[in-house]
Design a protein around this ligand. Structure first.
Ligand code: EPZ
Length: 417
């Protein structure tokens, strides 16, 4: 298994570039199943999670090709509506094929996703919504079997704001007869991006950017070409790297509106920010100030930046409190950061982070995607050398993170294992 060996490297400076958003591309790939023919997605990075979904789409009968940041998906011949355990267990977002398959083929058999390092992560909201649209759902031998002759539009009230359930239901409802209304829908930029893609294909979805979405069912959808939005979590990770640096860093190709909750917190921590087109320059403060964080659905502070922000707070001048209300158990990185001599105490889902003068390099282990990114940032600011093992987690969602960070002055070496 590959490892990163990271030497203390806090003097970052220059430009670092953001790739397309993994969490917008995954549903876009699944949505391509809805429009028979060849769709093309652009600004697609080379990520393990995207390869896993491409593999699943091929199993289902689609033709998927990837070259130079462009992915083409030809879904003319999709005929095998099954997502096997081997693929779903590798990546939970495989559940995104459920809605499109039931909508287009009238049935789907999708392995039930298990838990993962960030919590239990149920899919009950996805299933309830599909049932409300008229599908019958049976769980058998670890598989979700869903069937529907024809889905029928209805009102659906989500108990909780869920990105995945909102997107899956949108994709199921585009072909449903009549009107579907989704209440308490998620408003993440990745939901908006999926709405844009579906509408471009010919769907009729209104209410984008609000918690109430209305979908008028249509009879046909057509393949499209679309440029994918920049990854706000990768951008946020690099902005936090800049806040931890001793010199200004410019993160290029961001969508500022997607990053507002983080930008406010960076200012609170003492950073100055400058904007030019799609570029954001972060100038670090002499002394990082403590800032409290409460993760919430968008437009609240994103859970996917909680671990990375915690690293920033490890070096703040005082105590900060970090609470994750989206995934309350998402604190696997805390024990690893404490191995680097951070001073973090957990009380249920609240981390109290007492800033220290410096972190000290050690061997640590990545547990999930964003925790791994946090450990890379921590390794860069820690004195001496830090080894991060199990970095396959980071390759799932960051394209060549070490090359990108090294281009602005980090000293990260990949040891192939
Ligand atoms: C998406 O996961 C992202 N994944 C996650 O990013 C992200 O952390 C999360 O949204 C929150 O922003 C992808 O986009 C592929 P949710 P998702 O449904 O859709 C509960 C990363 O690192 N819930 O919005 O699975 C759930 O347990 C990943 O890139 C139910 O109770 O998240 C959580 O508490 C990790 N029942 C809350 O809702 C359900 O049926 C929000 O989860 C579904 C969710």
């Amino acid at each position: 298994m590959d490892k990163f060996i990271i030497e203390h490297s806090r003097e970052l400076s220059g430009n670092i570039y953001v790739s397309g958003a993994k969490n917008a591309i995954l549903p876009a790939m699944a949505a391509c199943l809805l429009a028979p023919g060849k769709s093309i997605l652009r600004n697609v990075p080379n990520l393990i999670d995207l390869k896993t979904l491409a593999h699943l789409l091929r199993v289902i009968g689609a033709r998927v090709e990837y070259e130079n940041g462009s992915m083409s998906i030809d879904s003319k011949d999709v005929c095998f509506p099954e997502a096997p355990y081997e693929l779903v267990s590798k990546m939970r977002a495989s559940i995104y094929v459920l809605g499109p398959l039931v909508a287009r083929l009238g049935k789907a058999r999708v392995s039930f996703p298990g838990g993962c390092a960030i919590g239990t992560r149920p899919v009950d909201l996805h299933l309830k919504a599909l049932e409300a649209l008229g599908a019958t759902i049976e769980i058998e031998h670890g598989y979700i079997n869903a069937k529907a002759e024809k889905l029928v539009g209805t009102d659906i009230h989500f108990d909780k704001s869920s990105v995945g359930a909102t997107i899956n239901t949108l994709m199921a409802a585009v072909y449903a007869s009549g009107t579907t209304r989704l209440f308490n829908a998620a408003m993440e930029p990745e939901v908006d991006s999926t709405i844009d893609l579906l509408n471009k294909m010919g769907a009729q979805i209104s209410g984008k950017g609000t918690t109430t979405l209305e979908i008028h069912g249509v009879d046909d959808l057509f393949p499209v070409e679309m440029n994918m939005i920049p990854d706000r979590i990768e951008a946020g990770t690099f902005l936090i790297a800049g806040a931890l640096s001793t010199k200004p860093v410019t993160v290029c190709g961001c969508q500022k509106e997607h990053l507002m909750p983080l930008l406010d917190k960076l200012r609170e921590a003492g950073c100055s920010l400058a904007f030019s087109g799609q570029d954001i320059t972060v100038t670090p403060p002499d002394q990082i100030k403590p800032v409290n964080i409460l993760t919430l659905p968008h437009p609240g502070f994103p859970t996917d930046l909680q671990a990375q922000f915690t690293v920033l707070m490890c070096l703040a001048d005082g105590v900060s409190y970090i609470e994750d209300t989206v995934f309350p158990d998402r604190f696997m990185h805390v024990a690893e950061l404490n191995r680097l001599q951070a001073n973090i105490k957990m009380d249920r889902n609240v981390a109290s982070v007492k800033g220290v003068e410096k972190l000290s390099g050690a061997e640590v282990m990545a547990t999930d995607l964003r925790a791994s990114a946090a450990l890379v940032l921590a390794g860069m600011v820690a004195e001496g050398s830090t080894t991060v093992s199990r970095i396959y987690h980071i390759d799932r969602g960051y394209d060549r993170i070490e090359e990108k960070l090294n281009s602005i002055g980090a000293k990260i070496q990949r040891e192939i294992g």
